[in-house]
Write a protein that binds this ligand. Structure first.
Ligand code: GDD
Ligand code: MN
Length: 391
């Protein structure tokens, strides 16, 4: 068929199809077919190869490759910009003063006008050759998402260590149970999504941590139709993984956010978990001092409060506020503001506990608990603002 024939003939709907090589979007005459979003942090040794393999595999399509780099110290962003002179499809979104794989992925996906976006790691561990097939499946099956899976029949892990596999399997099971997301690989960082499907949900994403897919799928809003495509996870050749303890804490935070976090702020849940530990510390100290007859109830309660407060400060600093953890010399003003802020909480705690115990004749255990609860709520609110500067 000649191109004039097509132009002259109205096709289904009001649109006219212009002649073009691919048939993925029969109702759009121009514009991009797909954007590939590549979050990077210290991937300077990998970006050239990433661009060349992606370009090779995507060539028949109209595409752009968006790198989202968090101002990597190894100057990944500069290298990407240099490469853009050879590859005009390359974009570079450089974020300053920010870190995070999920938020980088989200911002990259929002930066394109393409109707479909793919997310792929910038270290060549994901199998880019699966992309054309994934795009075909998206359109031929009419789904919103196509997810690369290491667990699906035919997928695999390359040479992952036993430990890393076990951790991944545990996280997979846990996330399935807690969020109800039915996927063989909910931890996958390799997928394709229709841009409008993402944009509809973007206001509900937490943007926390590594698990962008889980974040999208567990967000409120209708079910997302998807298919899984197996792929083999490759070995990393250059650079190093950024998966560390922080990633595990971020994962816990995401699971909390998607479960009880719907009703109570996630940080408060974590703070309360630490608080529960603080109650144990408090009770142990109080039991040792008061029950053994060393000191009066009031003195015991006061000492237990100080000990629990200090323990809570350090545990909150590495657990609840792992993402804005105070270090080195910052610990001193941190601890000081934590104590100063909770001094008022401690006074309220002590006042209420003593009142309950002495005036109301409440049993010592419940008196202490009453004081601790009021003190903790106050501590959370004030330290979130002043110690870890949330607001
Ligand atoms: N912009 C930005 N900011 N990019 C980041 C950050 C960050 O804070 N942290 C990591 N990245 C980039 C890396 O440069 C890499 O391109 C990609 O995100 C994945 O990071 P890795 O550190 O290599 O992660 P991984 O190999 O352990 O795990 C990946 O693969 C798993 C299997 O699909 C991730 O994609 C996991 O989410 C995924 O489960
Ligand atoms: Mn990797």
């Amino acid at each position: 068929m000649k191109s004039e024939d097509i132009a002259a003939k109205p096709v289904v709907g009001q649109h006219v199809v212009a002649p073009r090589q691919n048939q993925h979007q029969p109702d759009k005459a121009a514009g991009l077919d797909i954007a590939i979003v590549v979050p990077t942090y210290n991937e300077s040794q990998n970006v050239r190869k990433v661009i060349s393999v992606l370009s090779a595999v995507l060539t028949p399509l109209r595409f752009e490759i968006i790198f989202v780099d968090d101002n990597s110290p190894d100057r990944t962003a500069d290298i990407v910009r240099d490469l853009a002179s050879e590859y005009p499809q390359v974009r570079c979104l450089q974020r300053v003063g920010r870190r995070g794989l999920s938020s980088a992925a989200i911002e990259g996906m929002l930066a394109t006008t393409a109707p479909v976006v793919a997310l792929i790691d910038g270290d060549l561990q994901h199998d880019e050759t699966a992309l054309p097939k994934m795009l075909d499946i998206l359109y031929s099956e009419g789904v919103d998402m196509v997810v690369g899976s290491r667990y699906a029949e035919g997928g695999g892990f390359g040479d992952w260590s036993q430990n890393r596999r076990r951790l991944s399997e545990l996280a997979t099971r846990l996330s399935k149970r807690m969020t109800g997301v039915e996927l063989t690989d909910p931890m996958s960082g390799f997928f394709l999504i229709r841009s409008n499907c993402l944009r509809e949900r973007v206001g509900d994403l937490t943007g926390v941590g590594y698990k962008i897919l889980l974040d999208i799928l567990s967000a409120p809003g209708g079910k997302i139709a998807l298919r899984e495509v197996p792929y083999e996870f490759r070995e990393r050749e250059a650079g190093e993984s950024k998966l560390d303890n922080k990633v595990i804490l971020e994962f816990i935070e995401l699971l909390l956010a998607r479960t009880i976090g719907r009703w109570i702020p996630t940080k408060f849940i974590m703070f309360a978990m630490v608080g529960a530990l603080g109650i144990v510390v408090h009770m142990v100290v109080l039991t040792l001092l008061f029950r053994s007859g060393f000191v009066s109830f009031a003195a015991g309660q006061a000492i237990a409060t100080v000990v629990a407060m200090t323990t809570n400060f350090f545990v909150n600093n590495v657990f609840t506020y792992f993402d804005r953890q105070l270090r080195g010399w910052q610990l001193l003003p941190g601890w000081a503001t934590f104590c100063a802020a909770s001094a008022v909480g401690a006074v309220a705690n002590l006042g209420i506990a003593v009142y309950l115990f002495e005036t109301m004749d409440t049993v010592w255990f419940l008196s202490a608990l009453g004081g601790v609860i009021v003190g903790s709520a106050w501590n959370y609110a004030v330290t979130a603002l002043y110690t870890w500067k949330t607001g």
